[in-house]
Design a protein around this ligand. Structure first.
Ligand code: TPP
Ligand code: MG
Length: 1060
């Protein structure tokens, strides 16, 4: 035990505290103190005692006393005074005057000293034996040890094998003696001694002191039984106490007979469902829940309690395991609909569909327990484990936002996880880190881990380095409840506490249901190949339903007949649904939609797009607001550099011109005016990576005083959100996708810092954005803004990998859609996403507005500029944006070449910023009459109709595609086959010169051959025109790291562009 040295040097008062701590711990001699049962805290000095170990406590007391003797209890004051005055061991202590009678539940220290056993008795004014102090401190340390480390010895594993970090298979977790009773110096004789309980424990309920035996019993019950709790790392004393209060009192997990019957009934359904599927479709993969059937009652318990506490809508995300069971028994999706998924029927509606254990659903129903209406949605998800987590959070956030549920009282999320995926997938961490950010919080998520202690064929000891699969949750101070799945009542208690925690603190919480997987990874897998011992154990383990039914029969809560009756009834329900499913001839993907947009499609012409031009007055109003400091706030001090930017903006508005940032603001502002919510999220988006946007102005003198002009355009405008995100792509893009699918009347944009970084979110792009509608009939109008362009910034700040997006565009390169008046919208309707690389601010304005003008929603992948943000030529005028103007998928040549098209010798098609390089080069080489430049503002869907017209306009010109990216990147691989299709389909066919074919010479040397006086050679029969390539050569890296090499490459491509 720690003892204070008696002879304190006077200088210690002002000396450093380290020295005090070291002698306190290392040179024990004597100490004396007193303990008063629950004496009200008179100073802050009392608090560390409640939390810390005894050494920290004594040390803190001493330090407090050094700085102010009045800040500690009088007993400590007396002790330290005596000690510093050289009092002998055991006599430094002087009891303080008893100022008031003991209040209720206070225990005088004298009463804690055994009457016999050779211990000295205490009377007022007499020195106290230090053993009493030591023993009390030891008891408190033991209590704290249970609270902090009890989970390590808890019996949470229904198989009785151990977790990853703990010893070999077949051993129970180490005993609590080993782990908690480090300070245990007591023998049997001490067991009946009464010890005062600190106010940081609730094991005593109303008792303030208990015999040691009872203290240990209660601690064992609370912390080392079937629930293991990790919470002592939480920084809030209030929150720690809240948990202790709910977990420590004896019998907290006791349930009423009605509750027990409800658990049994739910367990019967959960088990019955899997049994039924196993019986009917024995060789179908369904990723059954066997071994963790308690998951269903657990989820229902969380839902019941949350609904009771006010939640009306729950959004859930989960992996494959037990998903069908959740849909059937938690969401109560009609069973026959589920069963038709096994029948291999064709779909009645569009889409390529998904496997049954990935589908989502949405259901509104009455919660019979709380008698309240509740909406439940399970988000569709891909195989990619945990990828759905941020999507669920985004959807939850959006639902809270639209309902005005600013504290998350009405809408919440539940995320289910597998143990291996929860520990292994980084997106879990990224999602957790969104949990408390102002623009991303969902005000607490209940995480439930179906911890079957295995991931496919891999044991925990090979799949994670942390002790628990849940350790990631510690970073956000979430309490973690590990619970044995074979104790249904403990599971339900934990679920109640978790739901209450979420409702009270609006923070994340984790329920780790430690269970097992009765079968292989799926139903046709053999687990004995890889986990023989574990599966021998599993084979001998009775299903929890049987165990619990036996328990309730023994307790007299139910009879064996009742158990059988409930089971038979559910089987009959399944059988009826099975017969009903047999009548079905088709499945409907729409039945599996997780966010129906009721009212959005109804009564709409599916091919009618509204206009995107707006009246000039609106442009002027938005432009002026966007260029002004906060109105009526002269004291709002803006940075001088920003004032210059605002001034330049205002001048542009006065000149009826716009740059990129102004065009973007006008697109947002005009949509906000029309009642469309706009949300822009991503790293540093408020200012903009390139310092061009400045949507949030910061007061230079007042912290957190900001002004967002776009949020204050019109009194009745829709809300505008612009938010800097955490430094995450996977998590944040997933979040915004979830946000975007919730309500079609919103423009949701995610901006990459540089387009290069989008590949960190590749899974969201591949699994949700490009294929989401095809798999799940779920539309999203999300916009990805991706700074892109070869500007000599090196391999990682140049390319947004345009080629990848184009490669995933689902339009057939060999098929040219027939021409029609609604060509544009028809193509957009049929595509999986839109890929564009706009060159003008007006194009940006229109394409953003078109997202909302469409009668459906499509993702938009937009390459955005960097240097063009300040390029003097990259401007548009109001004339390109006012009423009557639209988005131009293609911007034709409008200069001299267009005046005399038959003389034009080359038409260069291009997209994005390279246009400005080509323009400059053409000007410098005086080729404005010879070369026409045509810009594809939208690359995919491919504007065949407009390209065709351009080609026809220049009958004598060779066709080239000019791009700045390397040949195996950029648009070339996408546009080349489509040009071929178009040219082959074209009526206008003319003989070609060899130079037009971009033949062997140009391919070898990157240059065209010398022109051959329109000579057609010996083979003059009509062949289709072709398009040749003008751009950088192929490469492995997207861009060179050398500025010189970059410039040389650019020079080459521009020279080649000028070769006629
Ligand atoms: C990102 C990702 N990587 C790999 C897989 C393949 N896979 C499917 S299930 C599984 C094991 C998952 O284990 P766990 O998370 O514990 O869930 P369980 O199947 O045990 O319920 C793996 C590796 C996947 N679906 N997603
Ligand atoms: Mg697992």
């Amino acid at each position: 035990m720690h003892r204070a040295r008696i002879a304190l040097q006077a200088s210690t008062r002002t000396g450093n505290t380290e020295r005090f701590a070291s002698w306190l711990l290392n040179k024990p001699q004597a100490a004396a103190a007193t303990v008063y049962a629950n004496r009200p805290k008179s100073s802050t000095a009392a608090e560390p005692f409640l939390n810390g170990s005894s050494s920290a406590y004594v040390e803190t007391m001493y330090n407090n006393w050094l700085s102010d003797p009045n800040s500690v209890h009088a007993s400590w004051d007396a002790f330290f005074r005596n000690a510093t005055n050289g009092a002998q061991p055991g006599v430094a202590y002087t009891p303080p005057p008893n100022l008031a009678p003991y209040s209720k539940n206070e225990v005088p220290l004298t009463s804690l000293v055994p009457a016999s056993g050779g211990m000295p008795s205490i009377s007022a004014g007499s020195p106290i034996n230090e053993k009493i102090i030591d023993d009390h401190l030891a008891v408190q340390a033991i209590i704290r040890s249970y609270q902090a480390r009890g989970h390590l010895a808890a019996d949470v594993d229904p198989l009785g094998i151990t977790t990853a970090k703990l010893p070999a298979l077949g051993m129970r977790a180490p005993s609590s003696e080993l782990i908690m009773r480090k300070y245990f110096n007591f023998d049997e004789a001490d067991m009946d001694r009464v010890f005062k309980l600190p106010s940081t424990t609730f094991i005593g309920e109303k008792e303030k002191a208990l015999p040691l035996r009872e203290i240990l019993n209660r601690l064992e019950q609370a912390y080392c039984n079937n629930i293991g709790i990790e919470f002592m790392f939480i920084n809030s004393l209030e929150q720690c106490n809240w948990i202790r209060q709910r977990m420590e009192p004896p019998n907290v997990t006791k349930m009423s007979n009605d509750q027990k019957r409800l658990i049994l009934a739910r367990l019967t359904r959960s088990t019955g469902f899997e049994n039924f599927l196993a019986k009917k479709w024995s060789s179908e993969k369904r990723f059954g829940l066997e071994g963790c059937e308690i998951l269903i009652p657990a989820m229902k318990q969380v839902i019941d309690t949350s609904t009771r506490l006010g939640v009306e809508s729950i959004i859930m995300g989960m992996p494959h395991r037990g998903r069908l069971n959740v849909l059937a028994n938690v969401c109560r999706k009609p069973l026959h609909q589920l069963f038709t998924q096994f029948a291999g029927l064709e779909a009645e509606d569009d889409g390529s569909g998904d496997v049954k254990y990935h589908l989502g659903t949405y259901i509104e129903r009455l919660n019979r327990v709380t008698n309240k209406n509740i909406r439940l949605a399970v988000c569709a998800n891909p195989s990619h484990l945990e990828a759905v987590d941020p999507v669920v959070q985004g959807k939850t956030r959006a639902e809270q936002f639209y309902r005005g549920d600013n504290e998350g009282k009405k809408v919440m999320s539940i995320l289910l996880h597998g143990d291996a995926a929860f520990a292994g997938q980084g997106v879990v961490f990224e999602t957790m880190h969104l949990s408390d950010l102002p623009a991303y919080t969902t005000h607490g998520t209940v995480h439930i881990v179906a911890n079957n202690q295995i991931g496919f064929t891999t044991d925990p000891r090979h799949s994670r380095s942390s002790a628990y699969c849940t350790d990631v949750a510690r970073v956000v101070n979430a309490p973690i409840f590990h619970v044995n799945s074979d104790n249904p009542e403990a599971v339900m208690h934990v679920c109640n506490v978790a739901a209450e925690w979420r409702a009270t603190f609006h923070k994340d919480v984790v329920i780790d249901i430690v269970s097992y997987r009765r079968n292989g990874h799926n139903e046709v897998d053999e687990p004995m190949f890889t986990q023989p011992l574990m599966y021998q154990k599993i084979r001998k383990t009775k299903p929890v339903l049987e165990k619990y039914a036996d328990q309730l029969i023994t307790e007299g809560v139910v009879t064996a007949e009742e158990v059988k009756d409930v089971k038979d009834k559910y089987e009959k329900i399944c059988e009826d649904a099975y017969n009903q499913a047999k009548q079905e001839t088709h499945i409907k993907y729409k039945d599996w939609l997780d966010s129906p947009w009721s009212g959005f499609f109804e009564g709409k012409d599916p091919l009618k797009m509204s206009t995107t031009g707006v009246v000039e007055e609106t442009l002027v109003h938005i432009g002026k607001r966007f260029s002004s400091p906060p109105p009526n706030a002269a004291e709002f001090e803006i940075h001088k550099g920003l004032l210059r930017i605002l001034k330049a903006r205002m001048e542009m508005v006065e000149n009826r011109t716009v740059d990129w940032a102004l065009a973007e603001a006008m697109a947002f502002g005009s949509l906000l005016k029309e009642g469309i919510h706009v949300r822009l999220s991503g790293e540093d988006v408020e200012r903009g990576t390139f310092s061009h946007r400045h949507h949030v102005l910061h007061h230079q003198k007042v912290d957190k005083a900001t002004y967002c002009p776009l949020a204050h355009l019109y009194p009745d405008q829709a809300p505008y959100t612009v938010c800097n995100s955490s430094l995450s792509e996977y998590g944040v893009l997933g979040f915004e996708v979830g946000y975007s699918v919730t309500n079609p009347n919103a423009l949701v944009l995610w901006e990459a810092q540089f387009g290069d970084f989008n590949n960190v979110a590749q899974c969201i792009i591949d699994q949700f954005i490009s294929s989401g509608q095809a798999k799940w009939v779920r539309q999203s109008g999300i916009v990805l803004l991706q700074p892109h362009g070869m500007e000599g910034m090196g391999p990682e700040h140049s390319s947004a990998r345009l080629e990848r997006f184009l490669q995933m565009s689902a339009d057939d390169p060999d098929y040219m859609p027939p021409e029609s008046p609604d060509y544009e919208v028809r193509q957009l309707h049929d595509c999986n996403w839109i890929v564009a690389n706009c060159s003008s601010p007006a194009s940006l304005f229109h394409i953003l507005r078109r997202q909302i003008a469409l009668p459906f929603r499509k993702p938009l992948i937009l390459m955005t500029p960097k240097s063009l943000l300040r390029h003097p030529e990259c401007k548009s005028t109001f004339d390109d944006m006012v009423e009557g103007t639209t988005f131009r998928r293609l911007i034709p040549e409008e200069g001299p070449a267009a005046q005399n098209p038959s003389n034009v010798r080359k038409v260069a098609f291009c997209s994005g910023r390279v246009y400005y390089d080509l323009l400059k080069q053409r000007r410098e080489k005086n080729l404005e009459k010879d070369i026409a430049i045509v810009r594809l503002e939208q690359i995919s869907p491919f504007p065949y109709d407009q390209i065709k017209a351009e080609i026809a306009k220049y009958p004598n010109a060779q066709l080239v595609w000019s791009q700045e990216e390397h040949k195996n990147m950029g648009s070339w691989s996408y546009i080349e086959p489509r040009f071929r299709t178009l040219l082959q389909n074209q009526k206008h066919i003319r003989p070609m010169s060899r130079s037009q074919t971009g033949g062997w010479f140009s391919q070898l040397f990157g240059k065209a051959e010398a022109p051959q006086s329109d000579q057609t050679g010996p083979h003059t029969e009509a062949v289709p025109r072709t398009i040749s390539y003008n751009g950088r050569a192929t490469a492995a890296s997207p861009a060179t790291g050398s500025k010189a090499a970059h410039n040389k490459e650019l020079r080459n491509l521009l020279e080649e562009f000028c070769v006629l």
